[in-house]
Design a protein around this ligand. Structure first.
Ligand code: HDD
Length: 693
């Protein structure tokens, strides 16, 4: 058979799919700028090869591809990020000279990266886990990185224990699993031997560990930092992010099912919201206090396993962050962004929190290992947006081209008329001298003031509603049921008795175990006043940012769908149409309604409330479809509001749900009543679908 050769049509056999594209855009080149004529075929000797080593286009392409991955972060590998801005809403020059807090209304760019902790980059968005909440503020005086979490306390008090904590929670060393889960032997072994972790364990086992959306989480700087004003006066401060959409979480069963239905649930939600112009927003708040106040508290403000109750020091709002642009390129920005707790700016300073002090080393070090060069600060996402000059030079991937020969200091090159280079400024960063301990002895100790491990864990549990307490108990029973080492389960129970006796005994009961004697605490806990700020359910969340799933069938009443759409719009919520076939359905009286999803691709766990707009025949048909039955029974079990037309009866009956106050008949104008409940759940249903613990 005669073969075509290069020169006529690049030798691409017909039907290979390798036609050179004729389209607009710039000319493709190699990395060295040589125009490429054929991006489909390697250079071969003759018609059928072999391929030639001289093919520099092929070699460069494969070489680059081979090196496209960089080491993933040891923690917080899985994340999504977004650009946005920070706006100062209350100037606080009396507290800090930090440039971003000087003028009400002043805006600066930010980049936020929100992550899970334990899972690998390719894991899932909705495990039970802590969420990282890292924000890079590009200020006029350098980058300030606030590298926090969605939980205001940490597992350990001293950076010395961080590698142990992470080894324990990551997949077990011999078997390489479980992925993205704390429900296994080594995690619970470690925390049961580290009573200081119990406070954060309570938070992680609460619904905070399974957020509904990254837009519906609080963020915390955790450590005590310092603010320093122009006179050099310092105060202590804790940073808080408060979401505009309120705090909301999923149920555990829901989180598990979302992981299967959409492992990218959180990042998709963030992306969709930004693309739709519903920009995620948080207020930045501070708790400000001085050393004299701190000294009077029953805990040490330098201990990162403790928070400061908001009832004791109210959070004052000083700014807001709006995320309004999804990255153009995930790798270049979200993956290559390098956060450093050591990035602070004039007007902000560290405290002696020993965990923070350890972090100041770790992050710089890790960036060199991840990004391969000490010049990682030159990558666009990391580069400051203010002038940057110093005498640091060279190194791998140096992209700057400094002029002249002044690369040392002191120098007198200016006396010869040359550029002598940048000089330090009196306005530059000055570390505050105050608060340092006078003691000069070197010691490896845990301060006595860090010894109370249980008072705040008790306070956290006592501050929850009964429903939230039930969820914590169920979560710990679940996790410990996955722990195979019986002595570890027992030791956890022995620790939990120091938090709440009835909680410990209900967990023991849930495990079918006897309650062991309590482990003696290092320091007897005290009872702190419950704090409403620690509960999610004591605060009604707004309906904005939620999503209504409408299941439709052929013969559905289009006017009911329209009423739902406008009610959802008024509630600030999105709508998705789900149908037996993705092309959509024929409405009653003619007309077609397009669907966003096919029924088995959009289970109700992806929605905050559901509506069944079905004809009688449609409901009868769907009653024979497991995905439709699950759609209803899961929404019911997850305590979500359910709207329905009369025609939906066959599906509701077959799904075996019991009508209650969270059912809304859409025929009688129930659309608004339904969308009013988009951020609420009827928790009384839990008793009907789960055995009590
Ligand atoms: Fe960390 C990443 C948050 C303690 C060592 N950490 C990392 C990220 C967040 C946090 C949000 C992801 C940043 C990003 O998106 O790139 N880490 C915390 C918080 C802590 C904390 C809130 C306690 C209050 N971390 C901590 C300690 C150490 C580290 C005590 C080590 C001594 N953390 C790291 C790290 C990471 C990291 C290994 C991995 C990737 C990175 O730094 O850039 O260096």
């Amino acid at each position: 058979m005669a073969r075509k050769t290069q020169g006529d049509d690049h030798g691409i056999p017909q039907g290979s799919g390798g036609e050179t594209q004729q389209r607009g855009g710039p000319v493709q080149t190699t990395n060295h700028g040589v125009p490429i004529s054929d991006n489909q075929n390697s250079l071969k000797a003759g018609h059928r090869g072999p391929a030639l080593l001289e093919d520099f286009v092929l070699r460069e392409k494969i070489f680059h591809f081979d090196h496209e991955r960089i080491p993933e972060r040891i923690v917080h590998a899985r994340a999504t990020g977004a650009h946005g801005y920070f706006e100062c809403t209350k100037a606080i020059p009396e507290l800090t000279r930090a440039s971003l807090f000087q003028k009400k209304g002043a805006k600066i760019p930010v980049f936020a990266r929100i992550s899970t902790v334990a899972g690998s980059k390719g894991s899932k968005d909705t495990p039970r886990d802590v969420r990282g909440f890292a924000v890079k503020f590009y200020t006029k005086e350098g980058n300030w990185d606030l590298v926090g979490n969605n939980i205001p306390v940490f597992f350990i008090q001293d950076a010395m224990k961080f590698p142990d904590l992470i080894h324990a929670v990551k997949p077990e060393a011999d078997r390489g699993f479980p992925q993205a889960a704390s429900a296994h032997d080594t995690f619970w072994d470690f925390v049961s031997l580290m009573p200081e972790s119990m406070h954060m364990v309570m938070w992680a086992m609460s619904d905070r560990g399974i957020p509904r959306s990254l837009r519906m989480m609080e963020g915390f700087g955790i450590h005590t930092f310092r603010l320093v004003n122009a006179k050099g006066e310092a105060t202590m401060v804790k940073f808080h992010w408060k979401p505009k959409l309120g705090v909301q979480s999923t149920t555990w069963d829901e989180a598990v099912k979302i992981s299967g239905a959409d492992p990218d649930y959180h990042r998709r939600d963030l992306y969709d919201a930004i693309q739709a112009g519903n920009f995620p927003e948080w207020d930045l708040g501070i708790q400000v206090f001085d050393e004299a106040w701190a000294d009077k508290q029953p805990y040490d403000v330098l201990d990162p396993t403790k928070l400061i109750p908001e009832e004791d020091v109210p959070v004052q709002i000083i700014g807001r962050m709006v995320l309004d642009r999804y990255p153009d390129n995930f790798f270049a920005e979200t993956e290559q962004v390098a956060f450093l707790p050591s990035n602070i700016v004039p007007g902000i300073d560290f405290s002696n929190d020993p965990l923070l002090q350890g972090r100041l080393f770790s992050y710089l070090d890790t960036q060199k290992s991840r990004l391969g060069t000490a010049n990682f600060h030159q990558i666009p996402i990391n580069a400051p947006k203010c002038p940057m000059h110093n005498f640091q030079r060279d190194g791998m991937m140096q992209t700057q081209v400094p002029r002249g020969r002044a690369n040392y200091e002191p120098n007198s090159l200016d006396e010869a008329g040359e550029d002598a280079g940048p000089r330090p400024s009196e306005q530059g960063f000055v570390s505050i001298a105050a608060f340092a301990e006078p003691a000069t002895e070197k010691r490896r100790i845990r301060p006595e003031t860090f010894a109370d491990h249980f008072s705040q864990a008790r306070q956290f549990f006592a501050s929850q509603t009964a429903v939230e307490q039930n969820h914590i108990i169920a979560a710990i029973v679940f996790e410990l049921s996955k722990v195979q080492l019986k002595h570890v389960r027992k030791r956890v129970l022995a620790q939990l008795r120091n938090i709440d006796e009835s909680m410990a005994s209900r967990i023991a009961d849930g495990l079918g175990m006897d309650l062991p004697p309590a482990l003696p605490p290092a320091k007897a806990p005290v009872d702190m006043a419950p704090s409403d700020a620690l509960s999610i359910l004591k605060h009604q969340a707004p309906t904005q940012g939620r999503c209504l799933g409408i299941l439709v069938s052929d013969g559905a009443d289009g006017s009911v769908v329209e009423a739902l759409k406008s009610a959802a719009k008024a509630a600030g919520a999105a709508v998705k149409i789900i149908a037996p076939k993705v092309a959509g359905v024929q409405l009653k009286g003619g007309g077609k309604l397009e669907a966003d999803e096919k029924i088995d691709g959009a289970p109700s766990v992806l929605f905050d409330a559901i509506a069944l707009v079905l004809s009688t025949e449609g409901a009868e048909l769907l009653a024979g479809e497991k995905a439709a039955l699950d759609f209803v029974s899961d929404a019911y079990a997850h305590c979500k509001a359910i709207g329905h037309t009369d025609g939906a009866k066959a599906l509701l009956d077959k799904a075996g749900v019991i009508h209650d106050g969270f059912f809304f008949n859409l025929a009688g104008g129930g659309a608004k009543a339904l969308t009013d409940k988009l951020s609420s759940r009827d928790w009384s249903r839990e008793k009907k679908v789960k055995l009590p613990l």
